[in-house]
Design a protein around this ligand. Structure first.
Ligand code: 5GP
Ligand code: ZN
Length: 110
């Protein structure tokens, strides 16, 4: 998707430090954090949102939660507070499926 901000980040057209990268996923810090730790876990393939998930994405969804678990451990969140949030409809502002990992003190609604 030419004009998708997350596709541009994934294609490295916009410089961004990745906290995680595999063939299928990237994770990076949110530019406008809603919590002490606010990471975005983003599939490299352009999936618009929750409503576009199909059974073809079953392996990808497991990978997403495996990466979330890894990031939880790396950020010492196991015994702290953390949430995983996926926005949809009018709550979703970037139309490329992404999972928010929010850890520690919650600052505002994501
Ligand atoms: P949504 O509202 O779609 O669930 O969340 C989109 C998130 O992407 C927001 O938390 C917003 O701060 C973040 N975001 C938007 N543009 C950029 C960007 O260019 N870089 C990063 N790191 N985060 C972004
Ligand atoms: Zn995209």
């Amino acid at each position: 998707m030419d004009n998708c901000i997350f596709c541009k980040i994934i294609r490295k057209e916009i410089p961004k430090k990745f906290e995680y990268e595999s063939e299928t996923l990237v994770a990076f810090f949110d530019i406008n954090p809603s919590a002490d730790i606010h990471l975005l876990i983003v599939p490299k393939t352009h999936i618009g949102g929750v409503g576009d998930i199909t059974s073809e994405h079953s392996v990808l969804l497991i990978e997403i939660y495996q990466v979330i678990n890894k990031l939880v451990a790396e950020n010492n969140l196991e015994d702290d507070l953390y949430r995983v949030v996926v926005n949809g409809g009018k709550a979703q502002h970037v139309p490329h499926l992404h999972f928010h990992l929010l850890g520690g003190r919650w600052k505002k609604m994501v």
